[in-house]
Design a protein around this ligand. Sequence first.
Ligand code: DX5
Ligand code: ZN
Length: 214
Amino acid sequence: MKVSPSLLAADFADLKTDIEMINTSNADYLHLDVMDGVFVPNISFGFPVLDAVGKICTKPLDVHLMTVEPERWLEPVRDCGAYLMNFHIEACRHSHRLISEIHKAGMKAGVTLNPSTPVVMLTDIIGDLDLVLLMSVNPGFGGQPFIRHTLEKTRMLRRMIDEAGSKALIQIDGGVNENTGRELAEAGADILVAGSYVFGADDPHARIDLLKAL
Ligand code: DX5
Ligand code: ZN
């Protein structure tokens, strides 16, 4: 299993220490949650913070945009050194166009589905995607309980990807811990995002290793 710890649950008064923890861990990526207070009812951090994180983080940056009009933020996401730009399909009128622009900018392209958005929305773009993120909570806040329907949705998405011969990885975000993580691994997930489970622990490296072993 690949693991992408979510910086949303880090200590914002001491980000450097938390990023050093990530750099020395076995995490595969660092997940960055950008919120605009419009698409989701919360504001997290923006591009000045991403730029600063990009300068000291040695893991690939996995940027999860929870904003309206995600196409407006392509350049700032690229400029912070992001490995992957991920936007919500509910927030974008021309997903196909944005996916090609992300690729042209030299990044991997991901699309996110809210818990209420069915996987069938992906039928015509699944072959173009590097990653699909299924939200297993309603986006905007860390520490919420896992929505169990995500397990069935993960299985549906796994079938769609395999049938289409797509390279897209399945990422799950929200309420991930070792129990939900194990069920998600069985359902076919490739990457687990974990915020409070990792950063809220006394030994975050051990938690990352537990998820990686699933
Ligand atoms: C929620 C964010 C998540 C969040 C997950 O909108 O997209 O990445 O940090 O937090 P936990 O792992 O605590 O549910
Ligand atoms: Zn996220």
